[in-house]
Design a protein around this ligand. Structure first.
Ligand SMILES: CCC1=C(C)/C(=C/C2=NC(=C\c3[nH]c(/C=C4\NC(=O)[C@H](C)[C@H]4CC)c(C)c3CCC(=O)O)/C(CCC(=O)O)=C2C)NC1=O
Length: 164
């Protein structure tokens, strides 16, 4: 799985050299932020059901048309899949916080997502709204420390950008 460490090592290996000073600086920067990331991962895991519910509720409040016939939230099965999708992304964000890189999101969440949503006729704006809401609602020190919140928000922004 891709992380800052594997990325640096494989780039150096491909070039047949030792990691450079700036390579090592980026590894060191990531390790220095590890405590904040692990705190964010722990707090997110503890609150994942509540965070998912709030974000999903926001989606159907902000886009009530989704519950109309023929739309992506027209029945309970589809509504449940929507909340499930939000939780999938949050779980992948949790993995990224642990790994210290975007590998889990890139490999399991983002690769192919556009094709899937296009094929299923799912609008992406509601996903964006869900994660923007989560990003803006999360608050330090109530939910986690300011440093942990920076790390959590960075991956939320990464998901938002991938869907925007
Ligand atoms: C781990 C990474 C991962 C992701 C991200 C993922 C997404 C994902 N969401 C799906 C479906 C779905 N996703 C939704 C979601 C929504 N409904 C709404 O009203 C909103 C617009 C939206 C929530 C924000 C719906 C309704 C379906 C079913 C669509 C259908 O059957 O027509 C499907 C098709 C397979 C299925 O029906 O389960 C995938 C692959 N699967 C994965 O494994």
């Amino acid at each position: 799985m891709k992380s800052v460490v594997t990325t640096v090592i494989s780039a150096a290996d491909a070039a047949g050299r030792f990691p450079s000073g700036s390579d090592l600086e980026s590894v060191q920067g990531s390790i220095q932020r590890a405590a904040a990331r692990l705190e964010a991962a722990e707090k997110l895991a503890a609150g994942i059901d509540a965070v998912t519910k709030e974000a999903g509720d926001l989606v159907f409040k902000k886009f009530p048309y989704l519950k109309e016939a023929g739309q992506a939230g027209e029945n309970q099965t589809k509504v449940d899949k929507c909340y499930r999708d939000i939780k999938h992304y949050l779980r992948l964000i949790n993995y990224c916080l642990v790994v210290g890189g975007t590998g889990p999101l890139d490999e399991w969440g983002i690769a192919g997502q556009r094709e899937v949503y296009r094929a299923l006729n799912l609008p992406t704006a509601p996903y964006v709204a869900a994660f923007e809401y989560t990003r803006d609602r999360a608050c330090a020190p109530r939910d986690m420390s300011p440093q942990a919140l920076v790390e959590f928000r960075a991956y939320l922004d990464y998901v938002i950008n991938s869907l925007s």
